[in-house]
Ligand binder design. Structure first.
Ligand code: ATP
Ligand code: MG
Ligand code: MG
Ligand code: MG
Length: 570
């Protein structure tokens, strides 16, 4: 590719809203452009990277025997009603209506669609096992889109779904997928860790998440250095002994005139301190008498949402975090009256008809003013109920396998594999005829990779003050040729063209910077966009048949004979 014909749109500064290095650098490099919250255009430069990731994922999926197909992004409501997920998937699902007043969603995932294919197309045990995959755009209306493409609303996922006659066959494909995922992340040059994840109601040991290791990762991982125990913190906490207690107070509906107050005032009134970890959270729960009520969980000590999720509250069954909409409906308050609820790291306070939500991101300089009614604890908030069984995991705890101590690190979830068993097949009646002509329900697995998230995660792992350091396998170009005086020297131009042609012929992705820019500008651009190899051709070196070579990770350039340079790259 010639830079003069390409679209290089680098910027010196990243917009204010970008928090993480990867997000800043992707914007500065001109890889992506923001259209709206969680919506990004992949510009030509960024798309080259995305396509390289996609290609590696495809190759490993194909090698593992999976078959590519492509399902519609838009899915009818009726399918989701069969599994009951239309009602329970929640606000992450973007629901849409067509001109005939029929309901659809923009697919956040595709279990229903693929299970519908399987039940129509698969008749006999002889056709199984089968593993279908696609690389496709998903939409999830994330409560807090952030970090650019890492937590976007529209994003690219590779999702695969396998069908089996029995658990043994499912386990085999699951293991194959585990290996294929490891191959993908190894080939992409990422430091990653596979960890066990909770399988919830399905139970068993049939789920792993793949995390790119980065301090900025949203997920906490627990692992043991002296054994192979590794789990996401949710599962590690579920396996850990009870470590804390708290209490819950029901939120009443009596109304006082709201008045404005500060986070600190609310906290003081409720007797809590503001911390990034959660001290209180609004939950919806079934009480002992079977009624559904809203509660404010007030916790003793600081807790993460994961700990609260793992908690059992005496007298409350099945509690879950209440959504902003639910609280608003319950308290009958107008839009804009409350902030989002239920995001990791939030402190939320619900008092009387007023709801105040404090998030970790507003605990800093720009604290919002909160609406608060005059709360009367005797009247508005009844006596607390005990919260039991909060399980906490900290570094140095005994590993659940008893083979050492727990260490914690942070990760970015880039892949997730799951043994679904018969959950979807049973709900949607996806069966096959066995050797005896008996109808059986299919076993099923699902396997996701966040293709677009990987790009951000890789940059989170590879960057310095000059810009992105791409692993070779996903760099937009492998080599940059930066001729000095391209416009002025025929010798430089001829040497640059000859090398360009030679590298192209060798199948190397090369970018020839023929823009006639100053060396400083060219170098800064090539370093910012993370090209692994740079070759500088200038009149001075050419006299001795030499060029300058510098790898993106090298501190300084070295002189190499022009005749040898292609060999250095290959
Ligand atoms: P997370 O915990 O980060 O919200 P998830 O567990 O909801 O992810 P899965 O349903 O397991 O995601 O989807 C498979 C993969 O899709 C994830 O491992 C992740 O890499 C990717 N993914 C999920 N949500 C997003 C998003 N909002 N933006 C980009 N990639 C995403
Ligand atoms: Mg999610
Ligand atoms: Mg997850
Ligand atoms: Mg997941």
């Amino acid at each position: 590719m010639r830079a003069s014909q390409f679209f290089i749109a680098t910027q010196k500064e990243a917009p204010q809203e970008a928090e993480l290095p990867s997000h800043k650098l992707m914007l500065r490099a001109g890889m992506i452009k923001r259209l709206g919250s969680g919506l990004y255009t992949w510009m030509p430069l960024g798309l080259r990277v995305l396509r390289k990731v996609e290609a590696v994922v495809r190759e490993e999926m194909n090698r593992a025997g999976a078959l590519e197909l492509l399902m519609p992004a838009v899915q009818p409501k009726e399918l989701w009603e069969e599994t009951g997920r239309w009602a329970v998937f929640g606000p992450q699902m973007l629901k849409i209506r067509d001109r005939h007043e029929r309901d659809f969603c923009f697919g956040p995932t595709h279990e229903e669609v693929i299970t519908d294919i399987a039940r129509r197309e698969i008749r006999s045990y002889k056709q199984l096992p089968l593993n279908f995959y696609q690389v496709q755009t998903k939409f999830r209306d994330e409560i807090r889109p952030r970090f650019g493409v890492m937590r976007a609303r529209e994003f690219m996922m590779k999702d695969a779904y396998s069908f089996h006659t029995d658990l043994e066959s499912l386990q085999k494909t699951y293991d194959t997928m585990y290996q294929a995922y490891s191959n993908v992340f190894n080939r992409l040059g990422l430091k990653f860790r596979a960890v066990r994840a909770d399988t919830g109601a399905i139970g068993g040991d049939g789920s792993h998440e793949f995390h790119v290791l980065a301090d900025s990762g949203e997920d906490a991982l627990a692992y043991c250095e002296s054994s192979d125990f590794a789990a996401n913190v949710e599962l590690a906490e579920a396996l850990a002994p009870v470590s804390a207690r708290g209490e819950a107070k029901e939120v009443m509906r009596e109304v006082d005139t709201p008045k404005q107050t500060s986070c600190e005032d609310v906290a003081a009134l409720l007797g809590i301190t503001l911390q990034q970890t959660v001290k209180s959270i609004a939950v919806m729960a079934t009480a002992e008498d079977g009624s559904t009520r809203f509660y404010l969980l007030l916790l003793r000590g600081d807790h993460t949402l994961n700990e609260i999720k793992a908690a059992k509250v005496a007298g409350l069954e099945n509690f879950r975090f209440a959504s902003e909409q639910e609280i608003r409906d319950h308290l009958n308050c107008p839009p804009g009256f409350i902030g989002p609820v239920g995001v990791s790291g939030q402190v939320s306070v619900v008092a009387d008809r007023s709801v105040a939500v404090m998030s970790d991101f507003v605990c800093g300089a720009n604290k919002p003013k909160l609406h608060l009614a005059g709360v009367n604890f005797g009247r508005d908030l009844p006596e607390p109920v005990a919260v039991a069984d909060i399980r906490n995991v900290v570094e140095g705890d005994a590993s659940p396998d008893g083979k050492g101590t727990i260490r914690l690190c942070r990760g970015i979830e880039v892949g997730h594999i799951f043994q679904l068993r018969t959950k979807y097949a049973a709900a949607m009646d996806a069966g096959y005829l066995d050797e005896n002509g008996q109808r059986q329900t299919m076993e099923m697995g699902c396997y996701g990779i966040g293709v677009s998230r990987i790009v951000g995660a890789a940059i989170e792992q590879g960057n310095d003050e000059r810009g992105i350091i791409f692993p070779a396998a996903m760099a937009p170009f492998t080599v940059a040729i930066t001729p000095i005086g391209y416009d002025k020297s025929e010798a430089v131009q001829a040497a640059a063209h000859a090398l360009y042609d030679e590298l192209l012929a060798a199948g190397i992705d090369v970018l020839l910077d023929d823009r006639g820019e100053r060396p400083g500008v060219m170098f800064a651009d090539m370093e910012l966009i993370g090209i692994p190899h740079r070759i500088v051709i200038g009149d001075r070196g050419l006299k001795d048949g030499q060029v300058e070579y510098q790898a993106r990770t090298d501190a300084a350039a070295q002189t190499v004979a022009l005749a040898d340079i292609a060999g250095v790259i290959k």
